[in-house]
Design a protein around this ligand. Structure first.
Ligand code: ZN
Length: 153
């Protein structure tokens, strides 16, 4: 960041304080070349992950949808919901690490499968069996709901 007055890249911070209702930090800086003072604001980038579906359309990623899909796959299975919640957040984190803004829907399915495999084999098989038709987490919920109850473990 360069000094707005002289363009020098080095400056020192002499005051930092919360700003914008704690959503940002305001820093007062002093240029090390011209010694004039200026203000900067630092705030986190809003994480916004989009899911690209197979037809090319996009929707905002929702960790709740992932969780609901996993809950549905674990229907009547002895799996604590807390375990699924942790797994859903792991899926989200993994997507944010591997894809900056946009993740293909298959990448979500893959990660969900990975985790279900270690959590519950029946839920994993259920999920995997509908995975080929997987388009988005919400589609997945609808597909799993059509699985006849006689097929459940
Ligand atoms: Zn300067």
């Amino acid at each position: 960041m360069r000094c707005p007055y002289c363009g020098h890249p080095e400056h020192r911070v002499f005051d930092s304080r919360p700003a914008r209702e704690d959503r940002a930090i305001r820093r007062r800086r002093e240029c090390l070349q011209c010694f004039r003072r200026f203000t900067t604001y630092e705030e986190p980038e809003t994480p916004r992950l989009m899911v690209v579906k197979r037809d090319g359309s996009r929707e905002a990623f929702s960790v709740d949808k992932v969780l609901n899909g996993m809950i549905t796959a674990c229907h009547k299975r002895p799996v604590p919901i807390e375990k699924l919640r942790v797994a859903a957040y792991e899926v989200e984190r993994s997507l944010q690490t591997d894809f900056e803004d946009e993740a293909p829907s298959w990448a979500i399915g893959e990660r969900v499968m990975e985790r279900l495999r270690s959590i519950d084999p029946v839920a994993y098989v259920r999920f995997a069996s509908v995975y080929r038709e997987f388009q988005s987490p919400s589609d997945f919920v609808q597909i799993v709901q059509t699985v006849p109850s006689g097929q459940e473990g």
